[in-house]
Design a protein around this ligand. Structure first.
Ligand SMILES: C[S@@+](CC[C@H](N)C(=O)[O-])C[C@H]1O[C@@H](n2cnc3c(N)ncnc32)[C@H](O)[C@@H]1O
Length: 238
């Protein structure tokens, strides 16, 4: 039966792709890669390109605008879902590729909801990927959690009050989407005594990978969208 595969391709390093992801990507008839602007490179596609056969496989770049405006997002999700469903109905296997893991803050989550509502009979298989969080912790040599410790993952765009609440409550806080609020975040982390227990990781798993430790090092940096922070309690060893 033709199937939709949501394939997590990891953070950007082709060696951090699972063997199952590689097998499915080699076999699929259609690969759909998300981009946020026309003409933009797809990190997910660049990660897996060497496993694809562009003469045999159809490769579609689909634009999902980087906005919280649902009047722009919903049509993009619906268009992608329709395009995928049409190919599956024609007997083709479609792989939707996504950076990191498909069920962790990925566009695929919205498509999954549409498929479940509009065509619940369609076959969907989700292939987990190594998330940017695991890769960043490994690159920085920072523990995420041990023993009874608790960990929170929060997009900084959720708001500074939510970030502060998480920092007070959890032993480790992973902040995603730090770029838009970077200055404000550094200020809050400084005020909360986390200057020495914070690490910033950008473009992990790529040749542009950067790991910065301590607020002084981070202050002069203009972060990329693909960046995150891991914050531990004051006094913890990184
Ligand atoms: C929409 S979320 C996608 C998360 C992804 N599904 C995962 O499992 O890692 C995008 C955020 O993930 C983080 N991210 C994704 N890839 C990254 C990378 N290669 N290096 C650092 N952070 C990354 C950044 O915080 C970015 O703003």
């Amino acid at each position: 039966m033709a199937t939709i595969y949501a394939v997590g391709v990891g953070p950007g390093d082709p060696e951090l792709l699972t063997r199952k992801a590689e097998r499915i990507l080699r076999q699929a008839d259609v690969i759909l890669a998300p981009i946020s602007r026309p003409g933009e490179a797809s990190v997910a596609l660049d990660t897996v390109r060497k496993f694809l056969d562009e003469r045999r496989q159809e490769i579609i770049l689909h634009q999902f605008p980087m906005t919280s405006d649902r009047t722009r997002l919903i049509p993009a999700w619906q268009e992608a879902a329709a395009l995928i469903a049409a190919r599956v109905a024609a007997g083709q296997d479609v792989a939707f590729i996504t950076i990191g893991d498909p069920l962790l803050y990925s566009t695929f989550i919205y498509l999954l909801r549409i498929f479940r509502e509009t065509c619940p009979q369609i076959a969907i298989e989700i292939i987990p990927g190594i998330s940017s969080i695991n890769t960043a912790a490994a690159a920085a040599g920072v523990t995420l959690a041990e023993a009874e410790e608790r960990i929170a993952i929060i997009p900084a765009t959720a708001g500074m009050d939510k970030v502060v609440e998480a920092l007070v409550t959890y032993d480790t806080v992973v902040l995603l989407k730090v770029k838009p609020l970077f200055g404000e975040l550094l200020e809050v982390l400084g005020r909360m005594g986390r200057g020495q227990s914070s690490v910033f990781v950008e473009r992990v798993g790529s040749p542009r990978q950067k790991v910065l430790t301590g607020l002084a090092e981070m202050a002069g940096h203009n972060p990329d969208y693909l960046s995150l922070m891991i914050v531990k309690q004051p006094g913890s060893c990184l």
